[in-house]
Design a protein around this ligand. Structure first.
Ligand code: KIV
Length: 265
């Protein structure tokens, strides 16, 4: 079978208003290889600190960790457009943002980086885009602000929040961002943002009107079951499937049914 063509930033932008964009997170080559044919975007999210590292927030992610996982994801995928999260603190100033984003470009094959932003970050996003770095701007519920805001807060619940979100999205488009990730935003507000912009919006907990949807892989496959946010849909019970398999393996080893003759040298 012939490999399908690599998805570029132009393909992602061209889908706006024509075809929904499918995105999922991945943190390693095994998963990205499985997802590659089916999705448009793979995000190496700093959510890996929670769903992979067992932490309760994303703030501890480091550049070295994100680069390690970005490289692994790129090794597994040849078609999907790959975005890496800039970790908390890595884009606090223009200089830091440029230095760290350039590391993603030089040390891995990611197609883009993602930053969590408010209006205060417009100049940083502009500086990155001016340097030739493709930027996805993440607005709304921003996990990197969880300590500052006292938790994971859904946004757009009142008029001033809704206006600020639309203004921020428009400012990011003007600064050069190629897409907006809308997390935890009232569906009607995400719909307005999507309508206002020429660039695509990718939603998570932001209703069905965004140009695309993203979910964290361990949520999609039922591996993370400490709690289930309202916006998550589980497509299988991965935890139970693996539990059953590990039980069978342990039983076979204990009862000397593994390895058998064919599995031995
Ligand atoms: O880090 C991440 O996985 C994300 C998603 C929640 C969109 O930013």
């Amino acid at each position: 079978m012939q490999a399908r063509k690599k998805i570029t930033i132009n393909d992602i932008k061209a889908k706006k208003g024509k075809e929904k964009i499918v995105a999922i997170t991945a943190y390693d080559a095994l998963m990205s290889a499985i997802f590659d044919e089916e999705v448009d975007i793979i995000l190496v999210g700093d959510s890996l600190k929670m769903s992979f590292g067992g932490e309760s927030e994303t703030l501890g992610a480091t550049m070295e960790e994100m680069l390690y996982h970005a490289k692994a994801v790129c090794k597994g995928a040849s078609r999907a457009f790959i975005i890496a999260d800039m970790p908390f603190g890595s884009y606090a100033t223009k200089e830091m943002a440029l230095q760290n984003a350039l590391r993603f470009y030089k040390e891995s094959a990611v197609d883009s980086i993602k930053v969590e932003v408010g209006l205060d970050k417009v100049d940083i996003v502009r500086a990155l885009c001016d340097e030739g770095i493709a930027v996805m701007a993440h607005i709304g519920l921003m996990p990197q602000y969880a300590r500052f805001e006292g938790g994971f807060k859904v946004k757009g619940k009142n008029e001033s929040q809704a206006k600020l979100l639309v203004d921020t999205a428009c400012a990011m488009q003007e600064a050069g961002a190629f897409g907006i990730l809308c997390e935890g935003i009232q569906a009607s507000v995400a719909e307005n943002i999507t309508r206002e912009l020429d660039i695509p919006t990718i939603g998570i907990g932001a209703g069905s009107c965004c140009d695309g949807q993203i979910l964290v892989w361990s949520d999609v496959f039922g591996f993370f079951d400490k709690f289930q946010p309202k916006f998550v849909r589980r497509y299988c019970n991965g935890k139970e499937i693996l539990k059953q398999a590990i039980k069978e393996y342990a039983k076979d080893v204990k009862e000397v049914r593994f390895p058998n003759i064919q599995e031995s040298y």
